[in-house]
Structures are given as structure tokens and as C-alpha cells.
Design a protein around this ligand. Structure first.
Ligand SMILES: [Zn+2]
Length: 90
């Protein structure tokens, strides 16, 4: 009976893989962040309905420039953490 119990525990999926919090090395902030994108083209697709109203069909915005990532507290450039930020974005 004990063996069965151990197997069940080991099969539990790991929730904390390699996740770690992004912490600003300058001020220690780990809560507020800004993502800034340069050269953004906002393209929105609309369809005109039979009653003359419009319905938004899609957002095909493109980012042409650089995406930078900043601390929300001291504005330090944290762009080197941006990849991690994207991976943790849900
Ligand atoms: Zn900071």
C-alpha cells in the first residue's frame, strides 16, 4: 500500500519548473513593469454591416521597432529580462 502511495506522489506534475520572479536589480521592484514598443502600425479590420454599423473583425497590428522593458518604479532599462517576461505572460 505504501508503494502505491509513493508512486502517486511522484507522478504529481511539477508546477514550479524554472520560474523565478523578475526583480529590478536597481530598486528591488518585482511588481510594476512597462513594455515600450517603437514603430507600431495599428491596423484594425472592420466589416460594415447591413444596418450601416461596423463590427471589428481583427487586430493586425505590427511592431516594427524595438520592444523595450522598463522597471515601473525607477525606470531602469530591464530589456534583458524581456524574453523571460514574454514567456511568463498569460
Ligand atoms: Zn527599479
Amino acid at each position: 500500500m505504501e508503494l502505491i502511495h509513493e508512486t502517486a506522489v511522484k507522478k504529481r506534475p511539477e508546477t514550479k519548473k524554472s520560474a523565478y520572479r523578475i526583480v529590478c536589480p536597481n530598486c528591488g521592484n518585482d511588481r510594476d513593469f512597462f513594455e515600450v514598443a517603437d514603430g507600431v502600425i495599428l491596423t484594425t479590420h472592420y466589416v460594415q454591416n447591413s444596418d450601416c454599423s461596423f463590427t471589428q473583425e481583427g487586430d493586425e497590428s505590427q511592431i516594427l521597432g524595438e520592444i523595450r522593458f522598463f522597471c515601473g518604479e525607477c525606470n531602469a532599462d530591464l530589456s534583458r529580462f524581456h524574453q523571460r517576461f514574454v514567456e511568463m505572460l498569460f
